[in-house]
Write a new protein. Structure first.
Ligand code: SF4
Length: 595
């Protein structure tokens, strides 16, 4: 297929061998690239019921037909694996330039299996590949790892790496991307650690993307860029404040979770808002490859420097654990990046521990909401598996189970929830419950409709139409992650733009309908994978707090999530049976074999 190299690099770490593998055109037509390609390869190749930290687990990185072209925000790329946190299929998405350079080196993806006998990393440079020892780097944080890799491999590299958290197989460990971006969620860093793989380096590469009609693509891209320049969110809000612009908005709506989702707003939240970050901490703005939005920020907090914090991080390490000191929160965010820990799951699991302490179940009195003096030390203890950090690093589901109090774990399928109280937007809540990767806001971002009226405002507390819209959003995101394009481009663009880009790049007559059908195929294959791994209807759930306990104050007061009724409707719209299993006729329509 044009737009792709039509091949991936398979890396067998057991035997330290590399193998170029051709990807058949039919597979690319059905699954495109990025997340879709990764999901198909994982489903085909991974044996059932495998321990995610066993060497046989696969780590699959993949870009799509937009990668390395002139399409705006094409620097994103995907990761697919089996998660040690959820025990199900996991997809993740990160930015920067790694995916583009990987494609320039001739590969649409890298599929890694097995484990090295000793810590190591591998390098891909043009057509050459090599595995090198990393015993010296083992134990280094991600910044020091990047510095050392640059000394060895040169400054013009892009790299993925783990920090001590991944090495120690912490279930909330991230894979860091050039030390500051992340494949954050799902404990994917532990999968890389279980392979003794400290880093992956790409450099050089001169492979050009084969494009069907460059002039047509230029014309379509010009229209898209003009649109990005006029839509307020992509023109000014994201570039100026980054995602943290959401703090004040979500707090005003009474759905900004405070103290482990016990409250929905706090007047001190403004102290950690995007506006404050911009005023006090931001030094420079930056962006991923080919991105006109540039939502990233280089910041300085006290005597530390780094990137971010993003909205979810500032919340998770701040108000959700009762902390409103911007410097402290930002420094904790930097530390998570250095140790290679997912900020959302880190904050979510600490919040769970604090509520357990509040209930008298954890005896350590320092572990109380608002105690900022322990935060940085706690992040370190999680990464290094020390004291209470051992339990917190397992994630909130296992932590709470240890104390027979699973109701205080704010998670779905084992993945800690992000920074929107589901009682404040019930379509968004249904998205959390049904996301194939667990408690995730990105899989079908209903907040865009329920909160931001983009493209149209719908009431955030009513059920009508929510399951149908969510299915559409989830299928749409699956295709965006497969093309690959940044979710934030979606504030200005949409599938009609992406279909035109695909036509110009591949010469194939894509339209919105067939792109959505590919998204639906991907979503259903993920569902089948999870069913095969033992997940079922009971995992499409929410913590009981959101179903039984209304918020007591703020403008989302008195609302709960009518999950069961929405779920029934959702299964119907999806073409699944009453137990949430895709029906045979749906699988036939989507050309999916039961796995
Ligand atoms: S909008 Fe932000 S995250 Fe998306 S591609 Fe641009 S810089 Fe990267």
């Amino acid at each position: 297929m044009k737009g792709l190299n039509n091949k991936i690099l398979e890396v067998d770490l057991n035997h330290e061998k590399f193998n170029e593998v051709h990807i058949p055109e039919e597979l690319l037509l059905d699954y495109i690239g990025g997340r879709g390609l990764g999901v198909k390869l994982l489903s085909d190749k991974l044996p059932p019921n495998l321990n995610p930290l066993a060497p046989e687990n696969l780590l699959i990185f993949a870009t799509g037909p937009f990668g390395g072209t002139i399409v705006p925000t094409n620097g994103r790329f995907s990761l697919v694996t089996k998660s040690p946190l959820t025990n199900g299929l996991f997809y993740s998405n990160s930015g920067g330039s790694f995916g583009v350079v990987m494609k320039r080196c001739g590969y649409d993806g890298i599929l890694i299996q097995g484990a090295l006998k000793e810590p190591g990393y591998f390098v891909i440079e043009d057509g050459k590949t090599e595995i090198k020892g990393a015993s010296r780097l083992w134990g280094y944080d991600t910044e020091k790892t990047l510095d050392d890799l640059k000394k060895i491999e040169g400054n013009r590299i892009n790299s993925l790496m783990i920090g001590p958290a991944g090495e120690n197989l912490i279930k909330i460990a991230a894979i860091m991307n050039d030390a500051a971006r992340a494949f954050g969620r799902g404990g994917v860093g532990a999968v890389m650690g279980s392979k003794n793989l400290k880093a992956i380096v790409v450099k050089g590469g001169d492979s050009k993307v084969d494009i069907h009609n460059r002039d047509l693509l230029k014309k379509y891209v010009k229209v898209a860029q003009d649109k990005i320049k006029v839509v307020p969110i992509t023109r000014s809000s994201l570039p100026k404040f980054g995602t943290s612009a959401l703090v004040n908005v979500i707090n005003i709506l009474g759905m900004f979770p405070i103290n482990n989702f016990q409250k929905g707003s706090d007047e001190r939240a403004t102290q950690v808002s995007g506006e404050e970050i911009n005023r006090k901490l931001t030094q420079e703005h930056e962006g991923c490859y080919a991105c006109p939005i540039r939502c990233g920020r280089l910041t300085k907090a006290g005597d530390m420097k780094g990137k971010g914090p993003e909205y979810e991080s500032v919340w998770a390490l701040g108000p959700n654990i009762g902390i409103y000191d911007l410097i402290m929160v930002t420094q904790a965010n930097y530390l998570c990046n250095k140790y290679g820990i997912d900020t959302i799951s880190c904050g979510g699991s600490i919040a769970c521990a604090m509520e357990l302490q509040e209930k008298g179940l954890i005896k350590d009195s320092s572990l109380k909401f608002g105690n900022e003096s322990i935060l940085k030390e706690l992040v370190k203890k999680i990464a290094l598996k020390e004291d209470i950090g051992v339990q917190i690093g397992e994630g909130s589901r296992i932590l709470s189970k240890n104390y027979n109090s699973e109701e205080v774990a704010m998670q779905v399928k084992g993945l800690e929830l992000p920074a929107y109280d589901p009682r404040g937007a019930i379509g968004h809540a249904l998205g959390y419950a049904t996301s194939n990767r667990g408690g995730c806001h990105l899989t079908g971002y209903m907040a865009s409709l329920e909160i931001f009226a983009a493209p149209k405002k719908i009431d955030r507390f009513t059920m009508a139409g929510k399951p149908d819209l969510l299915v559409l959003k989830q299928n749409q995101k699956a295709i965006e992650d497969s093309l690959v394009i940044c979710a934030f481009a979606g504030w200005a663009l949409g599938l009609d733009y992406y279909a035109r880009f695909m036509k110009a790049i591949t010469g194939i007559d894509y339209d919105v309908i067939n792109l959505l059908e590919i998204g639906e195929r991907i979503y259903n294959l993920e569902r089948l994978f999870n069913i095969r791994e033992g997940l079922n209807k009971k995992d499409d759930s929410l913590p009981p707090r959101f179903i039984k306990e209304p918020l007591k104050e703020g403008i989302s007061k008195d609302h709960i999530v009518p999950l069961e009724r929405m779920l029934e409707q959702y299964y119907y719209v999806r073409g699944w049976d009453k137990d949430g299993v895709p029906k045979p006729e749906l699988l036939e329509k989507l050309k999916i074999k039961r796995i």
